[in-house]
Design a protein around this ligand. Structure first.
Ligand code: FES
Length: 108
């Protein structure tokens, strides 16, 4: 089944990305060549995959784990809709998910 993500990059451009079930949102963003630091490669250890989830989607996602919440504390400019993109696995219910790369997570 084909699913899509809408990702706004650090320069403000929105991209529609094809996504596969079971993939980490972080991996999908990087595989499509959108700038995202994600330094630790998905181990929930760097907080440089910080994204802002569109307000309409915040409650549709599974809540963050304690580990994710602790790590988000280290990210700059967090907000109620902050998440780590490596901790969200694509599933059919998330088709159409919208998010934005947060400051500090863009590549150098
Ligand atoms: S890639 Fe490092 S916490 Fe997500």
């Amino acid at each position: 089944m084909s699913m899509h993500l809408f990702v706004t990059d650090h320069s403000g451009t929105e991209h529609r990305l094809e996504a596969l079930e079971g993939w980490r949102v972080m991996e999908i963003i990087r595989d499509w060549g959108i700038g995202l630091r994600a330094e630790c490669g998905g181990a929930c250890a760097c907080a440089t995959c910080h994204v802002y989830v569109d307000e309409d989607w915040v409650d549709a996602l599974h809540p963050p784990s304690d580990e994710e919440i602790d790590k988000l504390d280290e990210a700059p400019a967090t907000a109620r809709n902050s998440r780590l993109a490596c901790q969200i696995l694509m599933r059919p219910e998330f088709d159409g998910l919208k998010l934005k790369v947060a400051p500090g997570s863009e590549p150098d």
